[in-house]
Ligand binder design. Structure first.
Ligand code: G1P
Length: 288
C-alpha cells in the first residue's frame, strides 16, 4: 500500500539572528549537538517515519547544508585508507537519500518558505520539520502525527504546553480536547500573554495538506512583517478541520542559547561514549 506521507519540507532559509555571530556566514541548521548538525537530526527523524523525499528550503549562506548531504570522495578515501570504518559508515549513512533544494530568494517568513515547495509537493499531504526544534527521539512525535493524519485525513500540528510568559515566542492555539488530539478552534502567531487564547504552543512539526498553498499564495504579511504559516492555517480553518497533537516527551528549542545548551547536555547524558565521563564532570562542576 502506498504510504500517505512520503515528502518532508525542511525550511532552512531563516537568518538565525538569535545565534549571531555564529550564524553570520554559516547556517544555524548546521550547528551541531555533540557531533551531528541540527538538520541531520531532523532528517533522521523523518527517515525513521518512512519519509522518502526531502526538500530543503535554503537561502543565502546555506551552501554548507548541501555540501553536508553530498558525497565527500576525498574524505571517504582517507577514512577508507586509514581503516576508519565506523566513521566512514557514519558519513555514508545518507548516501542513498535524495535531497531537493529550493532557494528562497528573500526571507519572507515560514509561510513563504513552505510556499516555495509547492512545485515539488504538488497535490500530496506532506510533513514540515523545523530543525531548530529538536525532539527527543523516544517520544516518536512525528510518527504519532502521521498516525493521526492516516486516521483523520486532516492537517495535524504539534503542540506543547509552555509557560504563559513565553507565549509571545510561538504560534498559540485555542482548541478542545477530542480523544487524544485537540480540535483547533483558532490560532494566533506570537500573541501577547494578555490576549493569548491558551498556553498551547505550536512546535516545529506539521502534517499539512496541499490546500494550504492556495491560501499561502494570497497570505498577507503578519507578525514581524512576515508571511506566517500560522495565519494561513487560521484561514484554512474556514475550510476544514485541523487537529493538534500534544507532544509526550521533551522538545528543545535549539534556536535559543539556553535551549541549545539543554539539548546538548541531554544528548550527552544519553550518548554511550560520553555519558559516564560527562555525568562525572557535571557533578563535580556543579559542586564548585
Ligand atoms: C515558527 C512558527 C511558530 C511556531 C514556532 C515553533 O516561529 O511561526 O508559530 O510556534 O516556529 O518553533 P519561529 O520560531 O520561526 O519564529
Amino acid at each position: 500500500m502506498k504510504r500517505n506521507i512520503t515528502k518532508a519540507i525542511f525550511p532552512a532559509a531563516g537568518l538565525g539572528t538569535r545565534f549571531l555571530p555564529a550564524t553570520k556566514a554559516s547556517p544555524k541548521e548546521m550547528m551541531p549537538i555533540i557531533d551531528k548538525p541540527l538538520i541531520q537530526y531532523a532528517v533522521e527523524e523523518a527517515m525513521a517515519c518512512g519519509i522518502e523525499e526531502f526538500v530543503v528550503i535554503t537561502g543565502k549562506y546555506k551552501r554548507a547544508i548541501e555540501d553536508h548531504f553530498d558525497s565527500a570522495y576525498e574524505l571517504e578515501e582517507k577514512l577508507r585508507n586509514s581503516g576508519k570504518k565506523k566513521l566512514l559508515e557514519e558519513i555514508n549513512k545518507m548516501s542513498h537519500v535524495n535531497f531537493a533544494y529550493i532557494r528562497q530568494r528573500v526571507a519572507l517568513g515560514l509561510g513563504h518558505a513552505i510556499l516555495c515547495a509547492k512545485p515539488f509537493v504538488k497535490d500530496e499531504p506532506f510533513a514540515v520539520i523545523l530543525s531548530d526544534d529538536v525532539i527527543d527521539p523516544e517520544c516518536f512525535l512525528l510518527q504519532e502525527m502521521i498516525r493521526v493524519y492516516d486516521e483523520l485525513k486532516c492537517p495535524v500540528i504539534a503542540l506543547e504546553e509552555v509557560p504563559k510568559s513565553e507565549v509571545s515566542r510561538y504560534g498559540i492555539i485555542d482548541g478542545v480536547l477530542d480523544g487524544d488530539v485537540y480540535r483547533i478552534k483558532d490560532l494566533v502567531e506570537k500573541p501577547k500573554p494578555e490576549v493569548a487564547p491558551s498556553n498551547l504552543a505550536i512546535i516545529g512539526r506539521y502534517i499539512l495538506t496541499p490546500d494550504i498553498f492556495d491560501i499561502l499564495e494570497k497570505q498577507k504579511p503578519g507578525a514581524g512583517g512576515e508571511i506566517q504559516l500560522t495565519d494561513a492555517l487560521r484561514a484554512l480553518l474556514n475550510r476544514r478541520v485541523i487537529y493538534g497533537y500534544l507532544i509526550r516527551g521533551n522538545r528543545f528549542d535549539a534556536g535559543d542559547k539556553l535551549g541549545y545548551l539543554k539539548a546538548t547536555v541531554d544528548f550527552a547524558l544519553r550518548n554511550k561514549e560520553l555519558a559516564g565521563d560527562f555525568r562525572e564532570y557535571m557533578v563535580q562542576r556543579l559542586k564548585q
